[in-house]
Ligand binder design. Structure first.
Ligand code: IMP
Length: 204
């Protein structure tokens, strides 16, 4: 049996780490995975996450932090894309209503922008890009998405971010009405992470 593969998440967010640990536990791969936050992340020079694409932000972040710390470093960038709004909130999803705004303020702004939208204009998708790097070399960059629609009002109390207004027609539920297992199975993050694990098995 091979030793577990250790991956360091370039983030200071323990919630994000817990989510990735759940995804790793639920996915079947031929090797054991250990996920940890990158040690000392908060005191390292910060990466400026201002690229126009999710993939560029994720890759830039993974490369940057992998040059500062040893080991396999992974980083992600994700967000909501509404084509009828020219791709907004997009890479600005977290700051859509200003840097200090709350989730509900971001949702309010989105609902305001979409007022009067037709059914077609309500099409939206979440994207997640994840990059894996070691000592400044990119080992893998993967992205995936999940398609849905933006509702006219929030529904459900689970999840986070834009989940209460993101409707998934096949289950007739918003992402905030899904169980954690359902969301992990369907979400952009779950799908991208499983792609990363598949890519990883090819480079180990
Ligand atoms: P980041 O990838 O941590 O920078 O997050 C980007 C932002 O996109 C989050 O703050 C949320 O507003 C939004 N977002 C990303 N993934 C999801 C999701 O699964 N549900 C709801 N909102 C999300």
């Amino acid at each position: 049996m091979r030793a577990p593969v250790k991956l360091f998440l370039a983030s200071s967010n323990p919630g994000k780490l817990a989510e990735y640990r759940e995804l790793a536990a639920a996915s079947a791969q031929s090797f054991a995975i250990e996920l940890e936050l990158l040690p000392g992340f908060g005191s390292l020079p910060e990466f400026d996450e201002s690229a126009p694409t999710f993939a560029e932000n994720a890759a830039g972040k993974a490369l940057h932090y992998s040059r500062l710390k040893g080991g396999l470093v992974f980083a992600d960038d994700s967000g909501l894309v509404v084509p009828a709004l020219g791709g907004a909130p997009g890479v600005h999803s977290a700051r859509y209503a200003g840097p200090q705004a709350t989730n509900s303020q971001r949702i309010e702004k989105l609902l305001r922008e979409m007022r009067g939208s037709t059914c077609n204009e309500r099409a939206a998708y979440f994207v997640c890009a994840i990059a894996l790097a070691k000592q400044g070399h990119a080992f893998a960059i993967v992205t995936d998405r999940v398609d849905g629609e933006i509702l006219g009002a929030a529904r459900g109390s689970g999840g986070f971010g834009y989940d209460p207004v993101f409707y998934f027609p096949a289950l007739q539920k918003t992402f905030a009405e899904l169980t954690a297992e359902e969301k992990n199975q369907l979400s952009h993050r779950g799908k991208a992470f499983r792609k990363l694990l598949a890519a990883l098995s090819g480079v180990l």
